[in-house]
Ligand binder design. Structure first.
Ligand SMILES: N[C@@H](CCC(=O)N[C@@H](CS)C(=O)NCC(=O)O)C(=O)O
Length: 250
């Protein structure tokens, strides 16, 4: 982040994330959407050692030893969903939960389901990357597709998953991006979801975070989902509209 020094010197929020942390990316996107000044600390991560050695602040704050961790003065919390809740309370505008009670409950449910119903399929695929034809991998892709069909149905009469743009969209965008990396791809059978994904990718907050992630993957010689590589190339070629300040980071 450009505001790294400002955040820490001013005693602003500090987010501990990882270069390929989908949960950390959720929190980072929310901070940017809300216009909050923060310091981003990327903890050590590589393919061979994972998150070892753990960052001392992550170990100190989170007994689960995971990112993301958010520190805001005396407030020291972890878990992307709890971080969403804190950010909404700390900085109500722009709202990222709907105002309406029922819509808010639905958005919270969708946010949770994205992490706890959809994403477990992706985690299963992560463990089966060398065996894409294994029945367990096939079942995981089917499970992911069923979930996507459910989200497609929601988008028939809505622009965003819960009506307004909310944390639920951020959560599912990131989870689906990791799904895509693991072979749970979106196709023409979910046209509304594809259009939603384009709307999401166009948001400066999403572009900033995803661009850095794509840059990291490229720097490691690791594959980038085809649609994202094409999108990035289109931005480089000035074929799609984008915020003037944003450019692919590598
Ligand atoms: N429910 C947590 C999940 C956090 C999580 O799984 N973080 C991953 C990185 S994306 C991690 O730190 N993994 C290392 C580990 O579990 O040891 C959240 O929403 O923040």
């Amino acid at each position: 982040m450009t505001n790294t020094m400002r955040g820490s010197m001013a005693g602003g929020m500090i987010l501990y994330s990882g270069p390929l942390s989908m949960f950390g990316a959720k929190a980072q996107i929310a901070l940017i959407e809300k216009g909050i000044d923060f310091e981003l600390v990327m903890v050590p991560y590589d393919r061979d050692h994972g998150y070892e050695p753990r960052h001392p602040e992550v170990l100190r704050v989170n007994p689960k030893r995971q990112v993301p961790v958010l520190i805001d003065g005396d407030v020291e919390i972890f878990d992307s969903t709890l971080i969403f809740e804190y950010l909404e309370d700390a900085q109500p505008a722009p709202p990222l939960w709907p105002r309406d009670l029922a819509a808010r409950a639905t958005a919270r449910l969708l946010e949770m389901k994205s992490d706890e119903v959809y994403f477990p399929h992706v985690i299963r695929l992560m463990g089966l990357q060398d065996r894409p034809d294994d029945p367990a991998a096939v079942a995981a892709r089917h499970g992911a597709s069923r979930y996507c069909a459910e989200m497609e149905a929601r988008l028939v009469d809505r622009e965003w998953l819960a009506g307004d743009y909310t944390f639920a969209d951020i959560a599912f965008y990131m989870a689906a991006l990791f799904g895509e990396r693991m072979g749970a791809v979106l196709g023409p059978e979910t046209p509304k979801l594809l259009a939603w994904r384009d709307r999401m990718t166009s948001r400066p907050a999403i572009m900033t975070v995803v661009s850095a992630m794509v840059g990291y993957l490229s720097s490691q010689g690791r594959p980038v989902p085809g649609w994202l590589a094409e999108w990035r190339q289109a931005i480089r070629d000035d074929r799609v509209a984008h915020e003037a300040h944003w450019r692919p980071s590598d």
